[in-house]
Design a binder for this molecule. Sequence first.
Ligand SMILES: Cc1cc2nc3c(=O)[nH]c(=O)nc-3n(C[C@H](O)[C@H](O)[C@H](O)COP(=O)(O)OP(=O)(O)OC[C@H]3O[C@@H](n4cnc5c(N)ncnc54)[C@H](O)[C@@H]3O)c2cc1C
Length: 476
Amino acid sequence: MKKSVVIVGAGLGGLSAAIHCRLKGHDVVVLEQGRVGGKAGRISEGGYTLDPGPSIIILTEIYKKVFRDAGRNPDDYLQFERLNPITRVMFRGETIDIPDGYEAAQGLIDRVAPEDSAEFAVMWSKLCKIAPLVEKSVFAHPYEKPWQLADPSLIKFALPFDVRKTYKELVDGMFKSPLLRAFFYGFPSYGGQSYRSKAPGALLIPYFMLQDGVWYPKGGVAAIPEAFARLATELGVEIRTGAKVVGFEREGNRVSAAILDDGERIASEVFICNRDRVQTQSWLGRELPAKPSYSYFTVHMGVRRKFPELKHHTLFVPDDFEAGFEELYEERVFPSSPIVYLNNTSDTDSSVAPEGCSNLFAVVTSPANEDHLDWPALTAACVDRTLGVMARAGVAIDASEIEMQRVQTPVYFEQEHGNFRGSLYGADEKYRLFGMFPWSNQDSEFRNLLYVGGSVQPGAGLPMVTLSGKFVAEMV
Ligand SMILES: Cc1cc2nc3c(=O)[nH]c(=O)nc-3n(C[C@H](O)[C@H](O)[C@H](O)COP(=O)(O)OP(=O)(O)OC[C@H]3O[C@@H](n4cnc5c(N)ncnc54)[C@H](O)[C@@H]3O)c2cc1C
């Protein structure tokens, strides 16, 4: 039955929900406080164009399917370039390029970490078996009810890896070389978990990177939400920018209207919230959990020279990387010497920086805006530590070369994007549904209120929030 649907937020999750709801025949209005795309927007300053948030693009079939479901040719909306190497790693004085594809990666490990060669092959064959199960389970529908845990695909998924072990124990049990440990340790953080959680599913991230490729969308990452917004508009979705929602009007067990900051009241039969679900609890008169999950600290730089020593994606691993993980996960502080991911799209795309210049974007996994951290006071030291790790690996940037610089701390994500204490994955992992899943897409009290995006199932990251949009459209 055709319904009226109001979506709060035009991040990729909100746009995906809008398209999928429209494809089911509903009338859809999207209310966006700022620009379309949310965290996957675009920064343009002084001739430099940078991605403000996501930059590692995987699982492109998930985006393409949205266009196919709408009867369109995805190539008319988005073009992707496959990157090789998928990333460069700077580690203990060595420069290691991780090539595209399993066989090439196995060949690399045979050369640089022969002690881990056999285990890498074993892990790969297990991942090849479980990846299709994920597509039938976690990627296919949300898990809301305890009985759903008996899903055979989910159980078969868990079997090949010892689920009693933490992710770190799994990695340490497989790999001896510091290089492989350093490379693998970080993946649970992509979903807001630490390496001490039971998160074998995080191994699928490097699997998908090698198996399906790492891609660069023509026009930058913002091209993905822009293409979604174009499709949504063509299908008849109304997207209102500059529309800041400040709360919901409630009647019994239903939300009756979204209230804008100018007092306008927008009634609808169904509401889908792309704003962080945890933060939205306060609109419903509920307490917020005490502890947020993790966030990112980022430094964007327009630099007046080229860096032949960098690839599109480069990972700087400091010698004492284990100490950094302990500081992050146990002490919940910004590591003294963090692993730094550096994005340099000017390696692939000459249009994103003035001639002879580079657009650099450093990302460090960090604690969120927790009570014990004074981010404004910490910011300068965190920039120094980030650039210090790069300098010690041989990529020193002098302040006089930097033409533009922009720093995003968890406080920025809290204030600009409405994330709970600046965390990018909702509440801390101890609040997960059944101890393993992100929060549910359906409100338990207000039956016409659904949630889409990185704080709910299936999780954070652009492919996941796209699937989240499909989940909620099916729930409408
Ligand atoms: C630094 C960084 C690096 C990342 N790297 C990657 C990566 O490499 N690969 C990857 O796949 N993912 C990555 N991510 C994660 C990814 O960006 C997010 O999971 C995803 O963009 C979240 O999409 P979303 O639709 O849930 O939310 P958002 O993009 O946050 O969109 C929410 C929208 O709601 C709007 N909104 C909020 N409150 C209101 C309100 N009151 N009224 C109206 N509108 C409102 C916001 O303005 C925003 O547009 C990264 C994130 C960051 C920050």
